[in-house]
Design a protein around this ligand. Structure first.
Ligand code: SF4
Length: 351
């Protein structure tokens, strides 16, 4: 038992980060995301989970998930990737964004990470994969907070997951560095990326980030033919302009393809980190965004947080037949193994 505790302690202290370079005077530069933080000795980067210890960059969260659940894949949301399957989902503390609208802010914006981790249990990658299999999940999702910031842990799990026949899913803000993206692409099967706005000012003010790297990464992911879906949260006054929503729809159509599913979801002030004074997103703008996507030429547009709305369903893009009926996370598959049961059109589904 004593030995076991010592081992845990060593793993905590010794897990060196992957993507960084050493600078003068024991400083380091993290190369994991597009912040490229320069970090002084004994300091953490912007995400609060990567710490410079005497010129060595350490991942503080390797092996310490703060949330573990078997979720419906639709919750990510992914509607065209193994529909109606379960995905073993995990996330750690920390984030490289500061989204004022964050719904998981209690874990994403946590401070004093080292103290908090002292109260978490260690899960090695093998135990995560075993638990996913035990829970009859078809995939593992790296989610809840931004997986980029726990890439080392995710990568080790992803490699094992593939060797055991499980798929890997990321739910991401898309702000990882090129270096990070190239490495995860080897093991990634599907990803949902938030395209929060087409306005760089929004990214800077609301998220403390930038738009351009997200767009570039989306194009790279599409080129690699990784299954991709996109989510946009419509926030009243901040990301609800018709012009901006049209730009998102046009970007998806022109740069990524009409087959990319676009999820439009509602903002709720009660559960957001900040922005408590804003109203909840009205249904009208959600329906308007849906029409904007249709007019732009997207084949699959879905409304979120509106259980029972027919716009949650998948219809055949060719003949209009109902192919997957959804009510929240109750999924009824009427398709024929990813093809329309009426006209046999391809529904761009991966099973
Ligand atoms: S992951 Fe991003 S935010 Fe975190 S330390 Fe590295 S560059 Fe900074």
């Amino acid at each position: 038992m004593v030995d076991f505790k010592i081992n845990i302690l060593l793993i905590k202290i010794m897990k060196e980060a992957k993507f960084y370079k050493k600078l003068n005077d024991n400083n380091v530069q993290c190369e994991l995301c597009n912040h490229f933080c320069t970090i002084k000795d004994n300091q953490t980067g912007f995400c609060r989970v990567r710490k410079n210890k005497k010129g060595k960059l350490i991942s503080l969260v390797y092996g310490y998930p703060v949330a573990l659940n078997a979720d419906p894949i639709e919750k990510k949301p992914l509607f065209h990737f193994m529909p109606a399957s379960y995905t073993y989902s995990l996330g750690t503390l920390g984030c490289n964004f500061r989204c004022a609208n964050c719904q998981n802010w209690d874990i994403s914006q946590a401070k004093n990470i080292e103290n908090k981790i002292d109260n978490l249990s260690f899960y090695d990658p093998e135990s995560i994969v075993e638990d996913a299999i035990y829970n009859e999940c078809a995939s593992i999702s790296y989610t809840y907070t931004e997986p980029t910031i726990f890439t080392e842990y995710a990568l080790d799990i992803m490699k094992l997951a593939h060797s055991r026949g499980l798929k890997n899913v990321w739910v991401s803000n898309g702000f990882m560095s090129k270096k990070c993206l190239e490495e995860i692409l080897h093991y990634l099967d599907a990803i949902n990326i938030d395209l929060k706005s087409m306005d760089d000012d929004f990214y800077q003010k609301n998220c403390a980030a930038r738009l351009k790297p997200v767009l570039e990464n989306l194009i790279r992911i599409k080129k690699e033919q990784i299954h991709l879906e996109i989510t946009t949260l419509i926030i009243p006054t901040l990301s609800d302009s018709i012009d901006m929503l049209s730009k998102i729809a046009d970007f998806i159509v022109n740069e990524l393809g009409t087959d990319i599913p676009w999820h439009i979801s509602k903002f709720s002030p009660e559960i957001s980190w900040k922005l408590k004074d804003l109203p909840a997103t009205g249904d009208d703008i959600i329906y308007e965004a849906y029409e904007i996507g249709k007019e732009a030429g997207l084949k699959y547009i879905y409304v979120g947080n509106l259980p029972g709305d027919q716009r949650e369903n998948t219809y055949c893009p060719k003949c209009g037949e109902l192919c997957i009926r959804r009510f929240g996370y109750h999924i009824e598959r009427l398709d024929n193994n990813g093809f329309c049961p009426k006209c046999d059109a391809d529904l761009d589904i991966i099973d």
